[in-house]
Ligand binder design. Sequence first.
Ligand SMILES: [Fe+2]
Length: 413
Amino acid sequence: MTAAISNRLDRSWPEQGHARVPYWVYTDPEVYRLEQERIFAGPSWSFVALACEIPNPGDFKRTDIGDRPVVVVRDDTGAITVVANRCAHRGVQFCQKDHGNTREFMCPYHQWTYDLRGNLIGVPFRRGVNKQGGMPEDFDPASHALQRLQVAERHGAIFASFDPAAPPFEQYLGASMLGYYDRVFDGRELRLLGYSRQRIPGNWKLMFENIKDPYHASLLHVFLVTFGLFRADQPSEVRMDETGRHSVLVSSRGEQKLNETTGAMKSFRQDFKLSDPRLLNPVKEFAGDATVVMQTLWPNLIIQQQSNTLAMRQMVTRGPAAFDLNWTFFGYADDSAEMTERRLRQANLMGPAGLVSIDDGEIMEFSQAGVTPYDDESGLLEMGGRDTEGVPHMVTEAAIRAFYKHYRLVMGI
Ligand SMILES: [Fe+2]
């Protein structure tokens, strides 16, 4: 099977292996098509919603897995169903609202109607009109339900998979990544704080590369370096699961002493002061020393914990050269009003116009622009060596190498 796929793509990886990324992975429509099939519709778990976004029976949320639209809905029993947003009749995208509450879903085209589990419960003119027409005698609504996905919910976050062969969610994360996941999702009820959304004119993998790359964070981000949220000299680590597909970047802010490395950096600006220092007034809330943990979960999610701002960053692919980044900011139901305000204030670091993440959005656009005309060339990934192992520092691109190791396995290239 692997060989057949390689032939289909007619592409081969550079001989330097994980230390290179060929630029055609960002541009080739056939690679993109295969990613949809093998990665997003494959045996993976994609984040779709927080449970607190759809708290009541009938609440639904429209979203996407890769480029396939889906609907996440809670039924009367409290159970969550995820269905393809595609009528079983003629394929119409029946749900056009991002959020809402409903008793049933009705396709606007011919009014085929489904219950909250995706079962077909109504077909107009099924018996015909005046004894004419109608569906065939043997038409069985039970065999024309909406396409139902596998669903996994853990501690308030909901994931879905198109592939019934996806392993159990906990096994899919692996013990170490599950530990980091449970650090934020510790079983407490979550509180939705708000959304932001942006379309980035770059390939979706650039986003994963960016978050798996601590090397850039201390160089690109004037804000992080100047105000001490993330510096190359702070205690940090990069860890991956056994497959290489998931990873974490962990860093501790510690005391704010300046060393020579930081003081000499171009992105450090001693003359910059905050008009409102409350923007960076973090309080410790998690066990351990880490003040930043950025976790990437294959294939579509970044769990962000920077100081007290928490968010899910969901990626939705929009062709080889664009993706949507959907930010869902949250806290805990038992947060004090002061803590909620703190989280919201710190959320200004993130999102499309965030004081930090605005830099990344721009860089990804520049990356796509740079590689697009040169799909026979490749990018270099040798910072910290050429292997794919985790390390107790941040001067490394190992997590990106590990990501592509797994990517090549899944894609058969
Ligand atoms: Fe960044």
